[in-house]
Design a protein around this ligand. Structure first.
Ligand code: GAL
Length: 374
């Protein structure tokens, strides 16, 4: 199975943590479709940690919690599929999951077969409580091989938080996306930290196995499992823009049953999603490297170039980028026609560069630039 664009969907962890059950998952599946999220591309519904009993059955298989999922996981998967969505689950490479439920170490083939028999399409695979002496790459190879031989296409989402130099080995394991960061929490400091961590990891990003910056906190407003403080709407919009621009999987983490119009308009912006889902999946790079006021660029499949200015600092700050910074020399006579992707305004044709203007702290501007030949 080859994954060509960053996966999109919803994951239970950020808001619900251990408080998950069949009714919540069914309601969430309904809302994914009815709200337009599914049509916008969010098609994976993923149940994170804390879904199982604390014991395996007599055949050594994982068992869904009878209290949370009384009809079993196959029934949940069937419902999710009946809505036209894909179904994701969670396990871990260690002896226990992070929340100390049974985990897949030593049971990789049995568990991959169980997930396949339930109709699972996506497996998030964590890194807690791993046995001493076995390197991470082998733990992920075990499950990667089991999934590739379970008879069903299951997207493999590695979640070792970038630990143990994950970037050097993760693509050899069969992973389709890999957590290149620690856990997100719902505040600006976390968003800024995770963003800065990506600068050195962009060379490892791209088609087939995308750098996963963790689930989105857009729309959480400080509520739920990782709701530590909350963000402003400006910060949520910048967070979404960064994740989309950096080719991160877009996994929603808020309670989508109660989304505000503002949250919907951020999560469903088709121009920003198109930047994320570009078929080329090229690595973004810094056109202007600055710790607080960087300008990033990404070259798109159709020849356009996307420029993104992220104000990670605490002051209004005007940045300037020249076309020479992104590989277009003045002598070529080539100009760029700019569209502001959030305001939807066509800004016209620019000869040699653009001033972004005084972007507010924690704000951003993202411009799609069409090449105009002389
Ligand atoms: C963490 C992981 C989180 C979540 C949690 C569940 O290790 O990074 O995204 O899955 O475990 O316990």
């Amino acid at each position: 199975m080859v994954v060509k664009t960053p996966p999109m969907g919803w994951n239970s962890w950020n808001t619900f943590g251990p408080n998950i059950n069949e009714a919540l998952i069914r309601e969430t599946a309904d809302v994914m479709v009815d709200s337009g999220l599914a049509a916008a591309g969010y098609n994976y519904l993923v149940i994170d940690d804390c879904w199982s009993e604390k014991f395996r059955d007599e055949q050594g298989r994982l068992v869904a919690s009878a209290e949370k999922f009384p009809n079993g996981m196959k029934a949940v998967a069937d419902y999710v599929h009946s809505k036209g969505l894909k179904f994701g689950m969670y396990s871990c490479a260690g002896i226990f999951t992070c929340a100390r439920y049974p985990s897949s170490y030593g049971y990789e083939f049995i568990d991959a077969d169980t997930f396949a028999s339930w109709g699972v399409d996506f497996l998030k695979y964590d890194y807690c409580n791993k046995p001493a002496g076995i390197p991470g790459h082998l733990l992920y190879k075990r499950m990667g091989t089991a999934l590739a031989n379970c008879g069903r296409d299951i997207l493999f989402s590695a979640c070792s938080w970038g630990a143990d130099e994950t970037h050097k080995w993760v693509k050899s394991t069969g992973a389709h996306m890999w957590r290149s960061t620690g856990d997100i929490v719902d505040n600006w400091e976390s968003i800024k930290n995770l963003t800065n961590r990506q600068i050195e990891l962009q060379p490892y990003n791209g088609n087939g196995c995308f750098n996963d910056m963790d689930m989105l906190v857009v729309g959480m407003h400080g509520k739920g499992n990782v709701g530590v403080g909350g963000c402003t709407e400006v910060e949520y919009r910048t967070h979404f823009t960064i994740w989309a621009f950096f080719n991160s999987p877009l996994m929603i983490g808020c309670d989508i049953r109660n989304m505000s119009e503002e949250t919907k308009s951020i999560l469903m912006d088709k121009d920003i999603i198109a930047v994320n889902q570009d078929p080329a999946g090229r690595q973004p790079y810094q056109a202007i490297a600055h710790p607080d006021y960087p300008v990033w660029a990404k070259h798109m499949d159709n020849g356009d170039i996307v420029l993104a200015y992220f104000n990670l600092g605490e002051h209004n700050f005007n940045q300037f980028v020249t076309w020479a910074d992104i590989g277009i020399e003045r002598s070529s006579g080539v100009k760029l026609e700019l569209t502001d992707l959030w305001s939807k305004q066509n800004l016209g044709i620019f000869d040699t560069g653009i001033e972004f203007g005084a972007v507010e702290p924690h704000g951003c501007r993202i411009l799609r630039c069409r090449v105009v030949r002389g």
